[in-house]
Design a protein around this ligand. Structure first.
Ligand code: AMP
Ligand code: GLY
Length: 423
C-alpha cells in the first residue's frame, strides 16, 4: 500500500518515521513535505487540491493522513472520501469543532459537555454586558482560525473590552474575529488528551503536555509549542475516565446525531479544575509537538489504528503502546515566534541514538545538506523508562545538532520531573 501524509511539519515527519517500520507500506508521499521528509519518502506538490485528489485516485493511494487543520476545515477529507480514498481526518463540517470556537461552545452547551461559562456574539454591547458580569481575568477569543493567536486573557475590564472591540471591528484578526467568544477564566492545570475516532468508537492515547511559552518557567510570548512529553504523570486514570465519559463520548454521540460523525483525531484541550476536566478547546488534528512524542509510544498497531478510523471501524483493532515516556524538545530559529530565518546550515554531528531521534520541521534540503528555514526547525525526541531518562536522551540528541541562532528551552517536562523526583 502507498500512503500520503499531508503537511510539512515535524508532526508529519514523526508520523512518517513511525510508519516507515510498517511492512505493509510500500511507499510514503508527503504533500508537500519538507527537506527531511524527502529522505523517508517522496515529496509531492500540486497547484490545487483537485489535482491532488486526481493523483490519489490514479496512484490508488491506500490511505491519506491529513496533518494540519487548514486543509481539514477547507474540506480536503470530504473531497478524498467522495472519490473513494480512505482518509484519516474529519469532514469540513466536523472540523468546525476547531474552525469555529462559537460552534464548538454551542455544541458543548447543547450536549452538556463541561466548559467555561460563555457567550458568543457579533455585537460589542452584548460583549460588554457579559464582560462586566465576569470576574477578572476574562478570556476573549476570536471565532475563526488564527494560528493559535486568537485568545486574549485580559487582566482588566478595559483590556477585555478593547480586545473585544478590536476583534469585532476586524482590526486584530480580520474576518476570523468578527464573531467572538467571551468566557470565564478557569484556574487549574492544562492537559491535552488525544482520541483517535472512527465516528463512534475511539482510542485514547497517553495524555500529553506541551509548553506553549517561548521561555523557561513558562514565560515569554506564546508559540506553537516549544516542547512536549507523554504520558503526563499529572493525569491519573480516574481523570482520564472523566475525560472519556464527560467529554469525548458525548462529543462523538453529538456529532453523529448532528449528522457529522467525527473521523480522525480529536485533540481535547482540557483545564483540570479541582479534579474535574473542563473543555477549553477542540482541535481536529494531532498537536505539534505532541504528535512527535505520541508516535514513538506506539509499539505496534499505529497503521491499523489509522486505517480503523478511516474505515470507520475500530472494533477489534489491535495495538500496543510502550510502557515508558517520550519527551520532545523544539529547536527554533533566532527570532521565533516573531520572524522566520531564511537559510542557515544545520550542522549535524549525530542524528540521535537508539532511544532518540530528530523530527524535522522548517528545513530545506540542498544536496546532502539540511538548512534551517522557518520558525520551529526541529524536535529532538527522547524515549526512556522514566521522564528523566527520556528528557536526558532528548537533550543529548540536541547536542549533536547546531545552526546559527538556534534556541530551545532547557526545562521541558519540568513539572513531571519534579513529580518524579518527589516520588
Ligand atoms: P485555546 O486556543 O482556546 O485553547 O486557548 C489558548 C490557551 O489560552 C489555552 O491553552 C489556555 O492556556 C488559555 N485559555 C483559553 N481559554 C481559557 C479559559 N477559559 N480559562 C483559562 N485559560 C484559558
Ligand atoms: N501544540 C499545540 C497545537 O498543536 O495546537
Amino acid at each position: 500500500m502507498e500512503i500520503v501524509i499531508v503537511g510539512s511539519g515535524a508532526r508529519e515527519h514523526s508520523i512518517g518515521l513511525a510508519l516507515q517500520k510498517e511492512c505493509r507500506i510500500d511507499g510514503i508521499y508527503f504533500y508537500p513535505g519538507n527537506g527531511a521528509t524527502s529522505k523517508l519518502g517522496k515529496n509531492i506538490n500540486f497547484s490545487n487540491d483537485r489535482e491532488f485528489v486526481d493523483f490519489a485516485i490514479q496512484e490508488n493511494i491506500g490511505l491519506v493522513i491529513i496533518g494540519p487543520e487548514a486543509p481539514l476545515v477547507e474540506g480536503l477529507a470530504d473531497s478524498l472520501r467522495e472519490n473513494g480514498i480512505l482518509t484519516f481526518g474529519p469532514s469540513a463540517k466536523a472540523a468546525r469543532l476547531e474552525g469555529s470556537k462559537a460552534y464548538m461552545k454551542d455544541f458543548a452547551k447543547r450536549y452538556d459537555i463541561p466548559t467555561a461559562r460563555f457567550i458568543q456574539t457579533q455585537d460589542y454591547a452584548e460583549a460588554v454586558n457579559f464582560i462586566e458580569d465576569l470576574n477578572l481575568p476574562i478570556v476573549v477569543k476570536a471565532d475563526g482560525l488564527c494560528a493559535g493567536k486568537g485568545v486574549v486573557i485580559a487582566q482588566s475590564y478595559e483590556e477585555a473590552k478593547l480586545s473585544a472591540k478590536e476583534m469585532l471591528s476586524g482590526k486584530s484578526f480580520g474576518e476570523a474575529g468578527k464573531k467572538i467568544v467571551v468566557e470565564e477564566f478557569l484556574e487549574g492545570f492544562e492537559l491535552s488528551v488525544f482520541a483517535m475516532c472512527d465516528g463512534k468508537d475511539f482510542i485514547v492515547l497517553p495524555p500529553a503536555q506541551d509548553h506553549k511559552r517561548l521561555q523557561e518557567g513558562d514565560k515569554g510570548p506564546n508559540t506553537g509549542g516549544m516542547g512536549a512529553y507523554a504520558p503526563s504523570p499529572l493525569a491519573n486514570e480516574m481523570l482520564i475516565e472523566k475525560v472519556k465519559s464527560n467529554i469525548i463520548k458525548p462529543t462523538l454521540e453529538g456529532m453523529e446525531k448532528d449528522g457529522n460523525p467525527f473521523v480522525g483525531v480529536l485533540f481535547c484541550g482540557i483545564m483540570v479544575v479541582k479534579d474535574e476536566p473542563y473543555l477549553l478547546e477542540f482541535n481536529v488534528r494531532f498537536g505539534d509537538p505532541e504528535c512527535e512524542v505520541l508516535m514513538p509510544l506506539f509499539k505496534r498497531g499505529l497503521l491499523d489504528c489509522l486505517l480503523g478510523c478511516a474505515k470507520q471501524d475500530l472494533k477489534g483493532v489491535d495495538y500496543e503502546l510502550e510502557e515508558g515516556y517520550c519527551v520532545g524538545v523544539v529547536a527554533a530559529s533566532k527570532d521565533y515566534p516573531y520572524k522566520s530565518c531564511k537559510k542557515e546550515l544545520i550542522h549535524i554531528e549525530k542524528q540521535g541514538s537508539e532511544d532518540s531521534h530528530i523530527s524535522y520541521a522548517g528545513v530545506i534540503k540542498e544536496g546532502e545538506e539540511l538548512y534551517a528555514s522557518g520558525g520551529r526547525i526541529l524536535v529532538a525526541v527522547g524515549k526512556g523508562r522514566s521522564v528523566k531518562e527520556a528528557t536526558n536522551k532528548a537533550y543529548e540528541a540536541l547536542k549533536g545538532i547546531e545552526f546559527y541562532g538556534m534556541q530551545f528551552r532547557k526545562d521541558i517536562a519540568y513539572q513531571a520531573l519534579r513529580l518524579e523526583e518527589n516520588e
